[in-house]
Design a protein around this ligand. Structure first.
Ligand SMILES: *[C@@H]1O[C@H](CO)[C@@H](O)[C@H](O)[C@H]1NC(C)=O
Ligand SMILES: *[C@@H]1O[C@H](CO)[C@@H](O)[C@H](O)[C@H]1NC(C)=O
Length: 453
């Protein structure tokens, strides 16, 4: 034992001595290599530098998105104006009757009691008469109960359903979130594509998506549809966050390939979805050639950010438009709704960032929204609560907090985690004039602070 160690030590000593000798007096071959290697290394560094710089997003001349309201308004003033061509939509199962009712009663109290927008309920099976009776009574606007045509919900003819089911079982075993649930795959695909073509939605331009078991925790005292139209917006959201990476390894590549095929420019909005690669060009190519997960054909990675699509206020015409529908067809043909678990949230978000201008996207930073396990709950605007307004009533709400913009927000609990995160910041880069510094980000301070009470 001791012998081997001594021998090894002696050998290491000799190698070290040889290296030191070579360093003092490099052999000819090493000098030649250095002469050629040095320019290559410099070229690579330059390439990486230029590449990273090409993903820089310039600051716009002013903020391209501002809150529609920064305090309470008299809801009856907005309600006396004409309505937009809009509807609420909720996909629900008959068994969701209780949670669906809670959502509807909640949105009625916070908003729809003044505006009476219709609600379209959709289901993939026949409605239970009880559901219809209870939910019809809960809505102040017209309620419609629609059954999604089988063809919009189930496997298209080019997908082998047996193979898809096997794949889903494997996704479940690999721990893909909701990967084993066939109905979840169908729902994601439906919300990505055929939802927008539903017969009862054809008559509308705008939708507000609801889910059973969500809470709106502030009063909305203006008409978001009217403001969306007035400000030229096409997509509105509350929460942005990271996607589970194993649900959709090939999604980003597929969307970026579509962009290249259609010769769509890589706009600042599109760049905001990237983490540019620090690899030099040949390695970037290699990374793309081997279809690395979440990597585009340029060898750069998706930051996995997306808007949480269970809340959406958006323009149906954008999603019914040719480009979005072609993108959806492209993704659908690829099979990722079955053989991976493409979510409708990343599909919508990538489309929004590929096809819309920065000023067409709106963050509803004044809307309190809660869907387990995430929530956004603004603080209440100081001096802006219209304490004596009779339409707003006398319900309980949190104390006012400095710099906040909420109206009568009553957050559900005192958890300190509020959804103002890295993804929101990153996705807003093309629209935000005020950009938080590194230190501010560390401290959780952003341009329109939510001011958790
Ligand atoms: C909902 O209730 C209204 C008013 O009672 C009624 O006219 C309407 O037919 C009901 N709708 C459905 C789908 O049952
Ligand atoms: C509502 O919007 C749809 C889709 O854009 C349109 O076809 C319809 O004519 C609009 N209806 C009204 C009353 O403006």
């Amino acid at each position: 034992m001791a012998m081997t160690a001594t021998v090894l030590l002696a050998r290491a000593g000799r190698v070290l001595a040889a290296i030191v000798r070579n360093l003092r007096q490099p052999p000819r071959r090493a000098r030649v290599v250095a002469k050629f290697a040095l320019p290559v290394v410099l070229l690579c560094l330059l390439d990486v530098l230029l590449h990273i710089l090409s993903y820089r997003i310039p600051r716009p001349p002013q903020d391209l998105d501002k809150p529609f309201a920064t305090q309470c308004r008299d809801p009856l003033v907005a309600a006396s104006q004409p309505r937009e061509n809009a509807t609420f939509v909720m996909l629900a199962r008959n068994s969701d009757i209780e949670t669906a009712r809670q959502t509807i009663e909640n949105i009625e109290r916070q908003f729809n009691q003044w505006f009476h927008y219709p609600v379209l309920f959709i289901n993939d099976v026949e409605w239970d008469p009880d559901f219809i009776r209870v939910l019809n009574t809960s809505t102040s606007g017209r309620a419609t109960f629609h059954v999604v045509p089988e063809a919009d919900w189930t496997y298209p003819e080019w997908v082998d359903s047996a193979a898809a089911r096997q794949s889903m079982a494997r996704q479940g075993m690999r721990g893909v979130y909701n990967g084993a649930k066939e109905a979840y795959h169908k729902m994601c695909r439906f919300y990505s594509g055929s939802f927008y073509k539903l017969e009862p939605l054809k008559q509308y331009k705008w939708y507000w998506r609801l889910e059973p078991d969500v809470r709106f925790t502030c009063a909305v005292t203006y008409d978001p549809f009217v403001e969306m139209a007035r400000h030229g917006k096409a997509y509105g959201f509350t929460i942005a966050l990271w996607e589970e990476p194993n649900t959709c390894p090939s999604l980003f590549r597929a969307v970026d390939d579509f962009r290249v095929q259609k010769q769509l420019p890589a706009t600042d909005m599109w760049k905001a979805m990237f983490v540019p690669s620090w690899l030099p060009w040949p390695l970037r190519r290699l990374r793309a050639m081997f279809h690395a997960e979440h990597v585009s054909s340029s060898g750069d990675r998706w930051n996995l950010c997306h808007y949480w699509s269970n809340f959406e206020i958006a323009d149906l015409d954008f999603f019914r438009g040719n480009l979005y529908q072609e993108l959806y067809q492209h993704l659908d043909r690829q099979g990722g709704f079955w053989f991976e678990r493409f979510g409708d949230a990343p599909v919508h978000s990538l489309a929004v960032h590929l096809l819309l201008k920065p000023e067409e996207v709106h963050h509803f930073s004044d809307i309190g929204y809660h869907h387990e396990p995430f929530f956004q709950c603004p603080g209440n605007a100081p001096g802006g609560q219209l304490h004596t307004n009779t339409a707003l009533g006398t319900g309980k709400y949190s104390p006012e907090s400095p710099g906040a913009i909420g109206c009568r927000c009553e957050c559900l609990d005192d958890r300190r985690r509020n959804n103002r995160g890295i993804c929101l910041n990153t996705m807003q880069t093309p629209l935000a004039f005020h950009r938080p510094t590194f230190l501010q980000r560390q401290r959780g301070q952003y341009p329109y602070t939510l001011n958790i009470p």
